[in-house]
Design a protein around this ligand. Sequence first.
Ligand code: LLP
Length: 435
Amino acid sequence: MKINQRGHLEIGGADSVELANKFGTPLYVFDEMHIRNMMRIYQDTINEAYDGNGLVLYASKAFSCKAIYAIAKQEGIGVDVVSGGELYTAMQAGFPAEKICMHGNNKLKREIEYALDCKVGTIVVDAYSEADMLDEEASKRGMVQEVLIRINPGVEAHTHAYVQTATPDSKFGFSIADGTAEKITAYVLQKKHLRLKGFHCHIGSQIFEKQSFVLAVEKNLAFISAIKKTLGYEAETLNMGGGFGIWYTDEDAKIGVEGYRDYLYALIETVKDGCEKYGLKRPFINIEPGRSIVGEAGITLYTVGAIKEIPGIRKYVAIDGGMFDNPRYALYQSKYTALLANRANEKPCEIVSIAGKCCESGDLIGTNFNLAKAQTGDILAVLSTGAYNYSMASNYNRNLIPPAVLVKDGKAEYIVKPQTYEDLVRNDVIPESLK
Ligand code: LLP
């Protein structure tokens, strides 16, 4: 991203104001090369530092649409899906099923059936009932399904409580500390139609502390070593999850491509050291980055509408979007950086709150934005919105979910077309009794 000669914000070589004029606002804009570079840096690091004995799985919950699976396919990486809907989208994009890893703490029977019918490569077991259902459905189909078990290593990572997963009180995984991880392992090993490939852990999201990731991997290796002794089972695969933090505001570190490479190097070194310490075979590794692949690659463009100053209290700058395209402030008080894309060179001069158009006071993109003096009609860009924005969007207040464009070498194409009012009523029915 840069500011061009016209003083406009530019992304992927495209003038954001021209994008706003051509495609309308609100608009999600994704820089294709940023996404590809992030996918490459992770897979290249595994190739260089671990002899290619691993696969990056893009965590598609961060941003799921056909085009992102098409990019992941071209880059030769795998994907993580967490619902029948994400799986369907990947399959519709022609994504190779064997490179799909299926997650979820409560997979539905129909999702398990669909995953088996698609011949998904790996399914991560996160409940006894799932192990039973999977075994039964695989048996019906005369197949053996490769699975991992989700482990809770009990590592506390510093991030928002809602997105933190591996503390003792979590709906995800089986705890090493209380022995339940070993029990489910013994249980899955007995299943005739499941082949246990190893373990998965994911400690949370938007985490910057390398040490948290390293500790989780160490705990997993200690567990693998312990059950090798008790159960005589040695894991072949270790999926280390995702969670690397990204830059939203200057309170966050700017990790950059090299920084992410360092994170992964640290994890790989931990795996190597642990294997040496415990006399284990080096496992095949997976990582599941979502946010760090698409987050900084995306921005959202809005048009400024109403501006309201409440003397001595605050100034609201309202935009044509809001919590229906970005619910992260409402959910987590997430912070963002914004600027006027059409006057990107102008010095910020006032602190404002950016309000959405939903019928609810908490509908904000955030407070305390330092902006140049906004006027109705300005184009506002909110940065680092590529992850968990479109994927968490809704039709609240029957607002339309904005379209998304992919930009490369200055050219932009739709990857998600605009919704229409007809889309909103497509599934609505007025029963005869109401006519
Ligand atoms: N693998 C598993 C099993 C996960 O649960 C997640 C994220 C990831 C990988 C990817 O993590 P990432 O690299 O994107 O941090 N809606 C929240 C984030 C929820 C993350 C859920 N799981 C947000 O907007 O911050």
